[in-house]
Design a protein around this ligand. Sequence first.
Ligand code: HEM
Length: 145
Amino acid sequence: HWTANEKAAITSTWAKVNIEKDGAEALTRLFIVYPWTQRYFSSFGNLSIVDTISSNENVRAHGKKVLGAVGNAIQHLDDVKGTLANLSKEHAADLHVDPENFKRLAQVLLIVLATKLGAGFTPQVAAAWQKFSNVLVAALTHGYH
Ligand code: HEM
């Protein structure tokens, strides 16, 4: 259910992403805009000091893991659900993450990409990413049923 243009928009944007730096930025935005999400990461140190979240080594390492999983999903656009099935189950059964938070992280990720791409974040690219975000969130939420 992807057009060739959508696939190209997603993969060409992704080629510009630095998974550690941009992943840390997305998590930083999540922690600032939705501060209660910090509680899932109590082992990461103090996440309430806005200026230092992005440079926190735990946040950087975790950002890299999260965007690594997003990149893996992008490599398997025709089976995102299957690709993320175990990760979804882990977030549901072991981590007890409220799945509403997946929407929030997907949303801040779009903001990070838009900021990074500037004029390159065209309406076409934005639409393809919005669709991918919905697929990503649905796949991560699937293991909760
Ligand atoms: C762990 C991906 C959203 C909370 C992980 C891991 C990955 C991942 C790859 C490491 C799993 C492992 O090493 O076995 C994702 C993706 C997300 C997402 C792709 C959405 C795009 C969230 C959200 C929260 C969350 C929104 C909470 C607000 C956690 C926690 C861990 C984790 C607490 C364990 C961290 C640790 O102690 O090392 N996630 N995640 N995740 N995730 Fe997510």
